[in-house]
Design a binder for this molecule. Structure first.
Ligand code: GDP
Ligand code: MG
Length: 163
């Protein structure tokens, strides 16, 4: 079985954008607004010769019936069960959000590497906004731009070292 890297995060932080970048093609649909239920997406990829699976949990959160808090718990459970590494995606533009805190609380007991990835850090000025995410209590934070690729190579070096 290939190692599994699961991307979790509240809607619109850029999970599908990062997933597509890691996979190297447009598999996941990128949405400006959430609201569509879709299946979880799996794809195989590799970095520095290490093969692994990437999972975009986005489809899980886009259900209109379930409260977001319930969806966050479901995401965390998927991460817990399937992942070898969890990428906890947040948004440097929006900054810390109560839903990020909820998800962080669910992820803290997870006995697997959880990397706090601060997306939409499109330029060096945005990196400073990443620092507030140290307060989620999950260690190091990794600023990236899934859209432009900034920081993604450094993140993936860390990921494959942990696989
Ligand atoms: P998801 O709901 O977490 O899967 O988020 P999406 O990947 O669908 O992205 C939500 C929105 O954020 C879209 O409009 C993306 O173009 C935008 N987005 C995603 N990544 C970045 C990024 O690194 N920088 C910026 N500026 N926008 C981004
Ligand atoms: Mg998505």
């Amino acid at each position: 079985r290939l190692p599994v890297v699961v991307i979790v995060g509240r809607p619109n932080v850029g999970k599908s954008t990062l997933f597509n970048r890691l996979v190297g093609r447009r598999v996941a649909v990128v949405e400006d607004t959430p609201g569509i239920t879709r299946d979880r997406l799996y794809a195989e990829t590799e970095w520095n010769g290490r093969r692994f699976q990437v999972v975009d949990t986005g489809g899980i959160v886009f259900s209109e019936e379930d409260p977001l808090s319930e969806q966050i718990r479901v995401q965390a459970n998927v991460a817990l069960e399937e992942a070898d590494i969890v990428l906890f995606l947040t948004d440097a533009r929006d900054g810390m959000n109560p839903d990020d805190m909820d998800l962080a609380r669910e992820l803290r007991p997870v006995k697997k590497p959880v990397l706090v990835v601060v997306n939409k850090a499109d330029n060096p000025e945005r990196d400073s906004f990443a620092n507030e995410f140290y307060s989620v209590g999950l260690g190091e934070v990794y600023p990236v731009s899934g859209l432009h690729g900034r920081g993604v190579a450094d993140l993936m070096d860390v990921v494959v070292d942990l696989l």
